[in-house]
Design a protein around this ligand. Structure first.
Ligand code: ADP
Ligand code: MG
Length: 394
């Protein structure tokens, strides 16, 4: 078990919390503040414990001086202040005398947000390369370090791994929850344990398949990924998305785990990737050379639902169709609806899958929807994330 924020006496201490405030911002306006909301529990706890709270986060990528204009954390400081009902002290500097003076003046319960850590990436990539000078400087600003930025934990940067290797450190509530929900579930799932995989490409998910095929009882495959498997079985898949370099891998998985792998039996096809294209549903052996498979059909939904009804745990990564076009969102919606209606431990990992089910209104119907896209995928691959590995055990 990793040390958590609760294992430290925070009173009067300068506590650096690495948050994930990497929110979408357009023309200075935050479009989705979910990540800020998710970080409140840890920040509020530190305030209640009379810490002097220092927050770090990245936002976007900084490759030029111009990138700094649209990637300031200032709008985050404002929104965070509204949510915490508290003034947030914002430091425009990521280092230097002005920042140090602001920190010296902090009282217990105060919250200071430092400007985007990735401002240190231009010109020398200091944050992203985990520069030891930068890490020790940031560490020198505080006494305890809490990592709560799950979405960045698969990266080895100065603001997570760097500081954690210097200061006494623990994880915040958000990472603790991700570790519990994803990590513990993969270790000891309530069985039958079903994994649903979709999304565009098999090649993005090879590590996930390799790891989970040994743990899960069933792996249901939909989305674009299904067509590489179907082609590997020798079926005509028309112009559907196929990962030709992954066909050997799919054949290997089908040969060695044939009973576990559940593929679609019918497909919603279009002739173009366009909202106005004509749509036909075809059995899996009926596709023509011109067909593009863009969603799973009704019979596949029924088949997948049968497996879900028999399961006690489900982990889902990857939409089951090209859900961005409403005509091809049915599979994803119906499966989300099914999971919502049965009593099952249900976990979603993957950025697009999380966005899809949240937009469809199922946010509160899953046991856990991960806040980290790439990070949750690496956990599903069975990897230990560097930003979490560096935190000491209890
Ligand atoms: P996640 O971010 O949840 O890990 P991915 O990034 O792997 O998911 O996949 C999401 C993408 O997969 C979506 O943009 C969706 O349109 C696409 N997709 C799903 N099914 C198909 C399909 N049949 N053909 C093409 N693209 C698909
Ligand atoms: Mg994605």
């Amino acid at each position: 078990m990793k040390k958590t924020i609760k294992d430290f006496d925070l009173k009067n201490k300068k506590v650096i919390i690495r948050c994930d405030f990497n929110v979408p911002i357009k023309e200075g306006v935050i479009i989705d503040d979910n990540r800020i909301i998710e970080s409140l529990e840890t920040i509020n706890y530190a305030i209640e414990q009379d810490a002097k709270v220092i927050l770090l986060s990245h936002l976007g990528r900084i490759k030029s001086e111009d990138d700094k204009i649209n990637n300031s954390l200032e709008p985050v400081a404002q929104r965070l202040g509204e949510l915490l009902k508290k003034e947030i002290i914002f430091s425009r500097q990521t280092r230097g005398k002005k920042l140090e003076t602001l920190i010296d003046k902090l009282n217990v319960g105060d919250v200071l947000l430092i400007e985007n850590t990735r401002f240190e990436d231009y010109p020398n990539k200091l944050e992203s390369s985990n520069d030891s000078g930068l890490a020790s400087y940031w560490a020198s600003l505080g006494e305890i370090f809490i990592n709560d930025a799950f979405g960045t934990s698969h990266r080895k940067h100065a603001s997570n791994v760097g500081i954690a290797s210097i200061l006494p450190s623990g994880v915040g509530f958000l990472i603790e929850k991700e570790l519990h929900e994803i990590g513990e579930t993969i270790k000891k799932p309530d069985r039958p344990f079903t994994v649903i995989l979709g999304g565009a490409k098999v090649s993005d998910k090879i590590g996930v398949i390799e790891n989970l095929v040994n743990i899960a009882d069933y792996i249901i495959i939909g989305g674009g990924m299904a067509f590489t498997f179907l082609k590997a079985e020798g079926l005509e898949v028309g112009k559907s998305i196929v990962d030709n370099e992954s066909i050997d891998f799919c054949q290997y998985i089908l040969k060695n785990h044939s009973k576990k792998i559940i593929l679609p039996i019918d497909i919603v096809c279009g002739l173009e990737i366009d909202p106005n294209t004509m749509v036909t549903t075809k059995k899996i052996n009926e596709l023509d050379v011109d067909d593009i498979g863009l969603d799973i059909g009704n019979e596949s939904i029924h088949l997948f639902n049968d497996y879900l009804e028999r399961s006690k745990t489900v982990i889902w990564n990857g939409p089951l169709g090209l859900f961005e076009i409403e005509k091809f969102a049915m599979g994803t919606r119906e499966i989300a609806n099914k999971i919502a209606s049965i009593n099952i431990t249900s976990i979603i990992g993957g950025g697009d899958t999380a966005a899809a089910v949240i937009n469809m209104g199922y946010k509160n119907h899953f046991t856990h929807i991960s806040t980290g896209g790439g990070a949750s995928l690496e956990m599903l691959e069975g990897k230990e994330l560097p930003g979490i590995k560096i935190i000491n055990n209890k």
